[in-house]
Ligand binder design. Structure first.
Ligand SMILES: Nc1ncnc2c1ncn2[C@@H]1O[C@H](COP(=O)(O)OP(=O)(O)OP(=O)(O)O)[C@@H](O)[C@H]1O
Ligand SMILES: [Mg+2]
Length: 239
């Protein structure tokens, strides 16, 4: 039985600004298990980032329940168990590239080999030569790859990457996905990637489709409302 890393039961997120209301995620049920490779695809504004932030425990659902049974996340453990690549630029501008990558290790108190591990993560994305630069001195694509290095530096069990290849040419995009897969495959970690790029989605084993806040994914429990697609679609059975 694969370990359940994230389980969502009827999870919904509504944003309310004054009288304006957006149902970014209608009630959705899903699981992410160890070893999963999931692409979340869908048009702009369909709720992909909203779902990813909920799975990262960076946002709270308006209703429904989320649990991380096999990750045991709480407090300072979260940055080491879940690695997140944000869609928007997220590097700390006053820290060098290598200091940015070290940050999750330092926050978790793992300071001893922080520099070595950060440089190794930068090497995996081909950016060790810019270790001492400031984020402002990088191209958008380089900054995105530094964010990937920061997400994998703690060897997390779950990697959640929001458009990690959005600003990259096809070859660099493939290399970045290679780095994310290399960081997950040997350890049985799970990888969830939001992407508009069908060639990146094909590198995952399963595709979850989002449309106007509705998730079509392998559901758990009795309220089955969607299907998985892709070569691993039958894995919905094991859940
Ligand atoms: N903090 C917020 N406050 C109000 N509305 C929000 C907020 N965050 C997201 N939304 C709205 O929720 C909906 C889903 O947004 P989300 O960012 O999840 O879409 P997305 O699928 O990631 O889009 P993209 O492909 O452009 O990144 C959109 O209508 C968006 O405007
Ligand atoms: Mg998004």
């Amino acid at each position: 039985m694969p370990e359940v890393f994230v389980r969502g039961n009827d999870v919904a997120r509504r944003f309310q600004t004054g009288i304006a209301r957006v149902d970014a995620l209608y009630p959705a049920s899903f699981v992410v298990c160890g070893g999963d490779r999931i692409a979340i695809v869908g048009p702009s504004g369909s709720g992909k980032s909203t779902l990813l932030h909920l799975m990262a425990d960076l946002d709270a659902p308006t209703s429904g329940e989320l649990a991380w049974p096999a990750l045991g996340i709480s407090g300072t453990l979260r940055p080491t168990r879940i690695g997140v690549v944000f869609q928007a630029p997220s590097l700390v501008p006053t820290l060098s590239v290598v200091e940015n990558v070290e940050l999750p290790l330092r926050l978790a108190g793992a300071v001893t080999f922080a520099r070595e591990n950060a440089l190794r993560a930068l090497r995996t994305v081909g950016l060790d030569p810019v270790a001492d630069k400031l984020p402002d001195e990088l191209s958008g694509g380089q900054a995105q790859r530094v964010a990937v290095a920061r997400a994998i530096v703690t060897r997390p069990r779950l990697i959640l990457a929001d458009e990690p290849t959005g600003q990259l040419d096809q070859r660099t995009a493939e290399e970045t996905i290679d780095a994310l897969l290399a960081a997950t495959e040997p350890t049985g970690a799970a990888l969830v990637v939001c992407t508009h790029d069908s060639s990146i989605a094909r590198r995952m084993r399963m595709t979850w489709q989002m449309d106007h806040g509705r998730l079509h994914a392998p559901n758990v429990g009795t309220a089955h409302t969607g299907t998985a697609s892709g070569p691993d679609a039958s894995s919905a059975e094991r859940r």
